[in-house]
Design a protein. Structure first.
Lengths: 225, 237
């Protein structure tokens, strides 16, 4: 038993690979989260506004995604769909699509609860003032729900981030991919795993910090009463 | 059994479906072991988290933080490849998968249970103390019966995360539904294309998970533990 971390750190190629992995993991997760959030708003809205048919589609979508593993969704998106529909995308695009689909279901469930927290009186007041349906949702319901649910959305995002290592399985050169590659060259599996774990935790902490900045900047109106 | 599948579905399809369902049993066993083991260790961590000893509390808090922040994939990688190579020992995939998933579930479960225990009003503790009950009897007779009500629905809900979590164990060579399905998806056999295999696998996982989700929702409603306007707890994915 001997720890030989230096075998990883002394090689600039490995360091570069790890840096690239950090960028890919963080970037693709962020992309998937943003797109997933937009999709989630639509899903939650369909149920909130009680739109016929669409609300059932949204409910089924959310339940199905939440009750199947990400990796199966990923493989279907990366290998099944392109074969079925005959398109060719780069690996990272498949990963973003799969993460978007996966994240949307988790965010939608939180947003749906968030919409319920907005007081009915506000809706009635807006209607009395002649504010249109769209404006009412975008300017009144949505911002307040997001502010209310920000902490939940945040920790959900971090939990989801920790599962994104599976995109290495379809060949995306993310952090896990970098680790597996370095491991296959050095056989220092333990050191590699510890290094990756620390990097994943650091990225989570960076995301948390970023979200805190967003929170203090975006929700100033909350305290202005 | 195998012949029955082949008789009904024909040659490749019958074999594929049979093998997938056969492999599902290992997904179920692994999930059950992870849940029971994780529950036991989780209970211990919860206990440490609520004792008066500052040192024990700190250990419990660190444990929960560390293993909630570590990706499950890294834990599998560490137990399945890292530790064996470091110590130059053989660890079979079963052991590695069980250890990883037990640690993973224990961290999340103890967090859920800590929340449940902490939601019991302070007066209950004080009342029990006034009656002369010590720490363990207070827990057993006063706190746990009430906390159980609150913890039951999220605990059942977490079983879904465990089942989904087992799908990663194939990476260290564990033979479960995921491993067999992936092998078939890679095989150049008509009827086992990725767009057929992966939806079937998704349906099998869904069939395992969805009843638990429904049960958890039912418990939430029946035990009245969910307040309409409270955010749903984020779940490990």
């Amino acid at each position: 038993m001997e720890l030989r971390f230096f075998e990883i750190y002394r090689n600039p190629d490995y360091l570069w690979l790890l840096a690239e992995g950090v960028g890919k993991s963080a970037g693709l997760t962020l992309a998937g989260a943003v797109l997933g959030f937009i999709l989630a708003v639509g899903l939650a809205l369909a149920r909130y506004e009680n739109i016929p048919v669409l609300k059932w589609v949204a409910a089924a979508w959310v339940d199905f995604i939440r009750n199947t593993p990400l990796i199966v969704q990923l493989f279907f998106v990366a290998f099944g769909l392109p074969m079925l529909l005959g398109y060719v995308w780069p690996f990272w695009a498949h990963a973003v699509l799969a993460l978007t689909i996966n994240f949307s279901a988790y965010f939608a469930e939180i947003l749906r609860a968030g919409f319920q927290t907005v007081d009915k009186g506000q809706k009635e007041a807006a209607m009395a003032l002649g504010v249109g349906k769209m404006t009412r949702f975008v300017k009144i319901v949505l911002p307040q729900s997001i502010a209310q649910m920000f902490a939940s959305l945040n920790s959900q995002f971090i939990f989801l981030f920790l599962t994104t290592g599976v995109i290495s399985e379809i060949g995306v050169r993310d952090l896990t991919f970098a680790g597996l590659y370095i491991d296959s060259r050095t056989f220092r599996s333990f050191e590699v795993a510890i290094t990756l774990t620390v990097l994943y935790i650091l990225i989570s902490l960076a995301f948390k910090g970023l979200m805190q900045v967003v929170e203090t900047r975006a929700f100033r109106w909350k305290d202005a009463k | 059994m195998r012949d029955a599948f082949i008789a009904v579905l024909g040659k490749p399809e019958g074999i594929i479906l049979f093998q997938l369902i056969e492999a599902t049993q290992f997904t179920i066993y692994l999930s059950l072991i992870a849940f029971i083991g994780g529950g036991l260790i989780g209970a211990l961590i919860t206990l440490m988290r609520i004792t008066k000893s500052k040192a024990l509390r700190r250990i419990a808090v660190s444990y929960i933080w560390l293993f909630q922040s570590t990706p499950l994939l890294m834990m599998l990688f560490l137990t399945g490849l890292g530790v064996p190579r470091l110590l130059d020992i053989d660890v079979n995939p079963w052991t590695a998968a069980v250890v990883s998933l037990v640690i993973y579930s224990s961290a999340y479960l103890s967090d859920v249970w800590r929340g449940a225990v902490e939601s019991i009003p302070k007066g209950q503790w004080e009342g029990a103390e006034a009656l002369g009950l010590r720490f363990i009897p207070t827990l057993r007779l006063v706190i746990i019966p009430q906390a159980l009500r609150i913890a039951l629905a999220p605990t059942v809900g977490f079983m879904v995360q465990i089942i989904k979590g087992t799908s990663l164990a194939y990476i260290i060579g564990f033979h479960d539904l995921m491993a067999i399905g992936k092998r078939w998806a890679n095989a150049p056999v008509d009827g086992s294309e990725p767009f057929i295999i992966f939806p079937i696998m998704a349906l099998i996982y869904f069939a395992l998970c969805y009843p638990l989700t429904l049960w958890s929702r039912h418990l939430e409603k029946r035990l009245g533990t969910i307040k309409e306007e409270v955010a749903p707890a984020p779940v490990a994915a």
